[in-house]
Design a binder for this molecule. Structure first.
Ligand code: GP9
Ligand code: MN
Length: 623
């Protein structure tokens, strides 16, 4: 037996496999106990265990590319680097509750924060992280002469084949658990949970390189091109300019709320009684033809679009891909006017890279999950339920210095639209047989109730009279996959025409003293920044912004959606199918009627993408 062990200890393959096992187990334990990844089921548990294997085999396998003489050193160095990456994340996580990314590494100011406390963040038990390395080094030194990593070519091939297989299995399982994990890049915690920390860094590197590539080749002349285009679509602000000067701004992002639920009844009951009343209030402006422009970045896209009047990107979420850009967002603009800015949201702060992006946008405060008292009892789905969310937010708003610019992001009315308490179910579900659609109205009703309570509390807290409220839907909640049930709900076939019209989201601007009316102008989220700034009396005419003030009398009444659709008073062009419709009748018309719309939409989207990809606003002062 002893002899056998002696023999094995000289065997390079055995050494390689034991090292792999060490690193695998260590990574798994770190993932499981050093990060709070919120494992929801056994399947996720299995994914978590499998996740590190592929990259470990692959990276350690790279040592075979070195000459036999240098191979052991290369192997131990690679092993050390991977351990270091893991450990660095563990320490970083203790402080930031997040994972290291390359853009963050480059922003040393983040590490400045960590600087002094790095020592405190290391624990004695962390020595365990280095135990395996000590064993491997000792092993390699003791057996120096006999132990080497010269494996047969076939074995090496097998190592790489296993790496690829493990990676493939991991990817397949991850995609089935969270479709579009790679393309949408929504959440680092989610990514690490499903793909492990090593793959995360690989992915982050590719993403960063991609962003940098665009940026490096951009030139300041491109910004002039954009400006020329924008000059041609300027609109003079009208009588509402300065109507809300010096007031607080409260934006409420209404999760997944589409405009078709407004004034809709389900089983005889209103879905959004509060919003329906608010719309009819004499101090409310209601926009009936207001579209969302979001793409894969969903809520975060809507935030980006609204604060910058730039479009989100055709792929991925601009919050994650371009968080390092120079921007000219509303919070920064209003800072000059003496405003404080804050975002309130009951999910954890790294979701959609918000913690990083909000700094770029110029927010002073981000009240996220860690600032709220979040227990299972008052959570559902992604996090804190809307009613307790607003309840707990009130003292936080009261603590802000006035005037303030704030956004409250609701969460409960999010796919899959579930509620866990009978008392939260204020109306019955519909019964189309499509669960998503049927539950949709119930969670919408719950959110509406939370808005009503919020509104009342703001009045009680004396935060109402000097405030402009902007309630808007962030994006659609019901996708094309539910057209059958939606036909039943809407009483009409869902063709591309109806589908595009379903991209309308509610927009209500309310403030005591404001002259209310119903607005038929066609617009979209891209128009909110100039609308809000003009209401506050802040001139924006020289800003790079793709939207126009929705209250400007001479504005072009139109909307461009991220998929290339465009809606004008005359026509509706659906970007996905390429079909052209008469706007009012909804009848399909000759495609040539929409040639201009198609081209205009493409031009505008491309120019906006150029600004974002090229980080063109950094050239603002050079022009
Ligand atoms: C998550 C919330 C929902 O924090 O904003 O995100 P979504 O999936 O709608 O983009
Ligand atoms: Mn959303």
């Amino acid at each position: 037996m002893n002899n056998r062990l002696q023999q094995l200890s000289k065997n390079g393959l055995f050494f390689f496999l034991i090292a792999t096992l060490f690193l695998w187990v260590k990574s798994y334990f770190a993932f499981k106990f050093s990060f709070s990844l919120n494992i929801e089921n056994n399947f996720q548990e299995i994914i978590l265990a499998i996740a590190p294997l592929g990259s470990i085999l692959f990276f350690l396998g790279l040592s075979f590319l070195f000459s036999k003489k240098k191979r052991m050193k290369a192997f131990l160095t690679l092993y050390f680097i991977m351990s270091f990456v893991l450990y660095a994340n563990v320490v970083y996580y203790r402080f930031f509750n997040d994972f290291i990314t390359i853009p963050v590494l480059m922003q040393y100011k983040n590490f400045g924060q960590l600087g002094g406390s790095a020592g405190e963040l290391m624990l004695t038990t962390d020595l365990l992280f280095w135990l395996d390395i000590a064993i491997l080094i000792t092993w390699a030194v003791v057996k120096r002469t006999e132990l080497n990593l010269s494996l047969k070519k076939r074995t090496i091939g097998l190592v790489f084949a296993s790496a690829i297989m493990a990676l493939g299995v991991n990817l397949g399982m991850a995609e089935s658990e969270r479709p579009q994990l790679l393309t949408r890049t929504f959440d680092r915690a989610m990514f690490v949970k499903l793909m492990g920390v090593y793959n995360f860094h690989l992915y982050d590197s590719v993403m960063t390189a991609n962003t940098q590539k665009h940026r490096v080749f951009a030139e300041s002349s491109e910004l002039s091109e954009v400006r020329n285009y924008l000059n041609s679509k300027k609109a003079e602000p009208g009588e509402y300019f300065g109507e809300a000067e010096g007031k607080n701004v409260v934006l409420v992002s209404m999760e997944s709320l589409q405009n078709f639920v407004i004034n809709k009844k389900v089983n005889g009951k209103e879905v959004t009684p509060f919003l329906n009343d608010l719309i009819n209030d004499k101090n409310s402006l209601y926009f009936n033809n207001f579209y969302h422009n979001t793409g894969q970045g969903k809520t975060s896209d809507s935030e980006f679009i609204i604060d910058n009047s730039l479009y989100g990107l055709p792929r991925g979420a601009v919050f994650t891909t371009n968080a390092g850009n120079e921007l000219n967002a509303t919070p920064n603009i209003l800072k000059e006017e003496g405003y404080t800015s804050a975002v309130f949201h009951g999910n954890h702060d790294s979701f959609w890279n918000r913690d990083v992006m909000y700094e770029t946008l110029g927010y002073d405060r981000f009240f996220s999950k860690k600032d709220y008292n979040v227990t299972d009892d008052i959570s559902v789905n992604y996090g804190l339920k809307d009613i307790p969310f607003f309840e707990q937010s009130i003292p936080m708003v009261q603590g802000l210095e006035e005037p303030y610019y704030t956004r409250f992001i609701t969460l409960t009315h999010h796919y899959p639209f579930t509620l866990n308490k009978e008392e939260d179910k204020m109306i019955d579900q519909t019964n189309t047989g499509d669960g998503t659609v049927d539950r949709y109205f119930q969670t919408a009703r719950y959110m509406d109730e939370s808005l009503k309570k919020f509104f009342e509390s703001m009045k009680d807290a004396d935060e109402y009279k000097d405030t402009v409220f902007v309630f808007y839907g962030d994006h659609y909640g019901i996708s094309e996959n539910h057209n059958r049930a939606m036909k039943e709900i809407m009483g009409t076939e869902i063709r591309p025409y109806e589908h595009t019209q379903l991209q309308r989201v509610p927009l209500i601007i309310h403030s005591p003293g404001l002259e209310g009316k119903k607005m038929e102008t066609i617009g979209s989220q891209i128009d909110l920044k100039p609308t809000i700034l003009n209401l506050l009396g802040v001139k924006t005419e020289n800003d790079i912004q793709f939207g126009t003030d929705l209250l400007a009398p001479d504005r072009e009444s139109d909307a461009i959606l991220r998929d290339g659709s465009m809606i004008t008073e005359d026509y509706l062009y659906d970007g996905e199918s390429g079909i052209c419709y008469d706007h009012d009748s909804g009848e399909e018309v000759e495609g040539t009627h929409c040639d201009d719309l198609k081209e205009d939409a493409q031009t505008e989207l491309n120019l906006s993408d150029k600004v974002v990809y090229g980080d063109l606003l950094r050239f603002k002062d050079e022009e």
